[in-house]
Design a protein around this ligand. Structure first.
Ligand code: URA
Length: 239
């Protein structure tokens, strides 16, 4: 693939902007500056990397990313009241069409997936494809056994015709519980907790499918998902 196409597909701007980056000697392959936009490189090799202004990037046909979402960010490119999660990512991801794989509320923290692979986004957001998601909720009131059994057996949410049940609900503390849900309905976990007679004060997503939020990833930080992480994501039952 030629260098112009490599930069273009990776989100470094229009073809004209990519040619200009290259002509301005801002692009390096290995230790060598390359000013020839038509030079060919084996971009599909998994080890292929390039640098722009000294920052190294791997070539990826599709971007699969994980962000440790902090509170106060909206999962939208066009946020209404808060900053966008895209402000936490290098701009080329939005440029190449990366989108959130499902949404977390602005005040929800934790594991957020993003990708520019339409099939992948569809697979993990389709209501037909049930993917377990584990949330940890802090509650206003102590969680009691009645609330736990309501959450496990199903609560009727406003506007829904059938009860929604957590596939698992475990106490994590007097005012903390871990809920595993399969669906991705609007404000689902907060509404379930309210319907069970409590109130969610803070919500954190710690797992999607078999993929857990890495303990080493700081709030606001992101990382590429490698093959092993993608496999883990798919490995949970029904995922
Ligand atoms: N359920 C909610 O209520 N909010 C989220 O952000 C995710 C799941």
């Amino acid at each position: 693939m030629n260098l112009e196409s490599i930069l273009f597909t990776q989100g470094f701007g229009s073809r004209r902007q990519c040619r200009a980056l290259i002509a301005d000697a801002r692009v390096t392959i290995g230790d060598t500056v390359c000013t020839d936009a038509d030079a060919d490189f084996p971009a599909e090799d998994t080890s292929f990397c390039f640098s722009v202004d000294g920052v190294m990037w791997p070539y990826r046909e599709h971007a699969y990313l994980l962000l440790n979402k902090p509170a106060g960010y909206e999962c939208s490119r066009d946020p209404q009241h808060h900053l966008s999660v895209f402000s936490l990512l290098p701009p080329q991801f939005a440029e190449r069409g990366v989108q959130c794989v499902g949404r977390l509320d602005q005040d929800t923290t934790g594991l957020l997936l993003l990708s520019d692979d339409g099939k992948f986004v569809h697979l993990f957001t389709s209501p037909k494809r049930k993917v377990p998601k584990v949330y940890v909720a802090s509650t206003r009131h102590p969680v009691d056994d009645t609330q736990l059994s309501l959450l496990r057996n199903g609560v009727l949410l406003h506007g829904e015709s059938k009860p929604v049940a957590a596939v698992d609900a475990q106490l994590r503390g007097e005012r903390s519980l871990a809920l595993t849900v399969m669906e991705g309905k609007y404000h689902q976990v907060k509404r379930m907790i309210a319907a069970a007679g409590n109130r969610c004060e803070a919500l954190h997503r710690e797992r999607v499918g078999g993929l857990a939020l890495p303990a080493t990833l700081a709030p606001g930080a992101w990382q590429w998902l490698d093959e092993a992480a993608l496999e883990a994501l798919r490995s949970a039952p029904n995922a």
